[in-house]
Structures are given as C-alpha cells and as structure tokens.
Design a binder for this molecule. Structure first.
Ligand code: DGL
Length: 265
C-alpha cells in the first residue's frame, strides 16, 4: 500500500461530508478522495435494483482510477442496500454507514426513538434488523424526508433554505402515531447532520439528534492502522459524476474540508 493511497468516501452528493468532518477532526492529514454521484442524486427515490446495479459499478471505476486504501460508503441508502455487493466486488476494506439505532437505544429515556431517512432507507429490512437486534425494546418512528437532501445540497451551494422545510419535517415526525415522548432522533441519511442546527431550531427543547459519524471515523482509522499524524498535509480531491450540477458551486463550502481539487468521472 502506497503511503499516499487515499481514503475514498462516496455518496450521492455532499452528504458524506458529515462523515468527512468527523474523519478530519480525528485525522487532519488523512489523504482524501471524495466522490459525489451527482448524476445519480437523489438515491432515496430510486429502487433497490437501481441502487444495487449503480453503486458497485461506480465504486469499481473509482477504485480502479484512484487506488484507495479503503472505501467508505458515506451514504445510508447505498449502504443499507448495496454494502454486501460492494464488499464482494472490491478487494480492499469497505466501511458502510448504517442508521445509529444502537446508540440511540442506549441513550433514550422514554423508549421512543425517531428516525429520519430517505424513502429507500426507511423501508429496508436492514433497519428492522437493527431495531430487533439493538433496539432494547424501543419504539422506532420512521419518516422519509427527501426535502432535507435537497436542502443540504442547497446549503452547501450557498443557497438559502426556507425554515418551513425543517418545521415541516419535525412536525411530521412528532405527529406520527406513537411519537409521544420521543426524546432522540436518528439522522439516518448523511446529508442530515449538515442541517442539525436548522433541525434543532425547529424542534422542541429536549429533542436530541444523533448520527454515527464519529464511530464511522474511528472504524475507518482503525482499519487504516494509522491516524496519518506523520503524513504531509495533502489537498483533497472532489470527484463528481457528470451532470447538470456544476461542482464549482460547492467550492467555498468544500474548502474547510480540505477539498480543493476537482475532477469529473
Ligand atoms: N446521503 C444519502 C444517504 O445517506 C442519500 C441521499 C439521497 O441521495 O437521496 O442516504
């Protein structure tokens, strides 16, 4: 493995930056290639078959081109559907991103947990299994919030969002049957932790939000067997699949993540 071999993070758009944020905090010098499948965004409205066909093929091309030491699927939708297929197709470690149901179940006092994800993620049996195995008997209220994916993309392009978007999502969640007493909400899409402040402002006091980014960053560094402390600082690369979306519109927001170079796949 070349010392400069990067960690590749992959998402449909800029949601994976919530994972990169945690990773950069733990390992500021980690060499990064961040790939956004803008041509496929959003994943949440796609079928299982579309995602299962698209993600392993795309990751195969990315690995061939950038020779990473490890791949992180920084997307709950792609991970809950395509993780086994990606692992089977690649001969390097693959880290997935799955909803933080387990830590939420450990932290809830009321036993009522909310979960906001994409349409595709919330219907996965993967989530049923997480609840059965790690839910400690909690009630899980799941809602889809595709508008938050668009809101996060807009925010990172420097465009304003109407606060009614966040109020609408929180309102839907709290109005769901059996939501009474909910005290913690799993952000089960990597785009959503980019909007935690906006969601918290729309939520009643006492409702907390949780995601798995710190744990995923720890897992990545454990598998890399280094925290890159001795590595020279490297400029991160932002790769996007060709679409109408111009990656340069994100340039300012990507700067704090160390992503300063751009390529199209
Ligand atoms: N960021 C992604 C996730 O974690 C997908 C959003 C989308 O493309 O719909 O689910």
């Amino acid at each position: 493995m070349l010392p400069a071999a990067p960690i590749l993070l992959f998402d449909s758009g800029v949601g994976g930056l919530s994972i990169l944020r945690a990773l950069k905090k733990a390992a500021p010098h980690a060499p990064i290639v961040y790939a956004a499948d803008f041509a496929g965004l959003p994943y949440g409205s796609k079928t299982e078959a579309e995602i299962a066909a698209r993600v392993p093929a795309l990751l195969g091309r990315l690995v061939e081109r950038y020779r990473p030491r490890l791949v992180t699927i920084a997307c709950n939708t792609a991970s809950t559907i395509a993780l086994p297929a990606v692992r089977a197709a690649l001969d390097i470690p693959v880290v997935g991103t799955v909803p933080a149901v387990k830590p939420a179940a450990l932290q809830t006092r009321s036993g009522v947990i909310g979960l906001i994800g994409t349409e595709a993620t919330i219907r996965q049996t993967y989530v049923d299994n997480l609840l059965r195995e790690h839910g400690r008997g909690a009630t899980l209220i799941r809602i889809a919030a595709p508008e938050l994916v668009e809101a996060a993309e807009r925010k990172l392009r420097g465009q304003a969002n109407d606060t009614a978007v966040f109020a609408g999502v929180i309102g839907r969640l709290l109005a769901a049957p059996d939501a009474e007493g909910m005290d913690i909400v799993v952000l089960a899409c990597t785009h959503f932790p980019l909007l935690t402040a906006e969601l918290a402002a729309a939520a009643p006091p006492g409702l907390r939000f949780i995601d798995g980014a710190d744990g995923i960053a720890r897992r990545i560094l454990h598998l890399c067997e280094t925290d890159f402390a001795d590595a020279p600082p490297a400029d991160g690369l932002f790769v996007s699949t060709g679409s109408g979306l111009d990656a340069s519109r994100y340039a300012e927001a990507l700067l704090p993540y160390g992503l300063t170079r751009f390529e199209t796949l």
